[in-house]
Design a protein around this ligand. Structure first.
Ligand SMILES: N[C@@H](CCC(=O)N[C@@H](CS)C(=O)NCC(=O)O)C(=O)O
Length: 197
């Protein structure tokens, strides 16, 4: 059994999408979280040790951290081809993109939203390198791994869906968003982002 601990319009929204891509049965446990600006509060019903989302429980096993959950689901459902398996030459790029998301993208984008890419030459350089890296991959596209859609795309595009202005205005990003949000699993997931009723 799979249960996703989820708060609407948050980092867990993309895992409803990824779970829809697996085709496996799952439950969504809607929980409250402390939101920037003071709304919301840590929810005692949330199993995440820091009361954050996402948290995934699979057959009693708890997995947290977005990139870990993305890798876990891709590996747990190999028949759905949501990530190359060990032995596939694309496995290296796949895990690299996932680690890059957590280790590079999130801190660089945070620096950007805090204005530091405007004032600190090193932060500016890191931001430009990130933009160049994604654009180069997507220009070759249509996905980060070339012809193969993967959980890495779900991670990356979720940034653009949350804040399109996180990256500069380039058609390649807009086309990528349009391509991925046209997926039926994405459409189904958005209908489940908020609790029913
Ligand atoms: N590194 C974590 C970050 C999780 C995170 O910060 N989630 C936010 C929602 S987008 C949250 O739960 N915030 C509530 C809090 O910080 O208490 C991941 O990617 O899973």
């Amino acid at each position: 059994m799979l249960t996703l601990y989820h708060a609407p319009r948050s980092r867990s929204s993309r895992f409803i999408w990824l779970l829809e891509e697996t085709g496996a049965p799952y439950e969504v446990a809607y929980v409250d979280i402390a939101r920037p600006g003071g709304a919301g509060a840590p929810d005692p019903a949330n199993v995440h040790p820091d009361k954050k989302v996402p948290a995934l429980v699979h057959d009693g096993v708890l997995i947290t951290e977005s990139t870990a959950i993305a890798l876990y689901l891709a590996d747990a459902f190999p028949e759905k081809a949501l990530g190359p398996k060990i032995g596939d030459p694309q496995r290296g790029p796949f895990v690299t993109w996932l680690a890059y998301y957590a280790g590079v993208l999130e801190p660089v984008i945070m620096a950007h939203f805090q204005g530091r890419t405007q004032t600190d030459p090193l932060e500016k350089q890191a931001y430009e390198a990130l933009d160049a890296r994604f654009r180069t991959a997507l220009e070759a596209g249509p996905y980060l791994l070339g012809e193969q859609f993967s959980a890495a795309d779900v991670m990356f595009v979720s940034l653009l869906l949350f804040a399109r202005n996180a990256l500069p205005p380039h058609k390649v990003y807009d086309d990528y968003v349009a391509r991925l949000t046209a997926r039926p699993a994405f459409q189904r997931a958005m209908a489940k982002d908020s609790p029913p009723g």
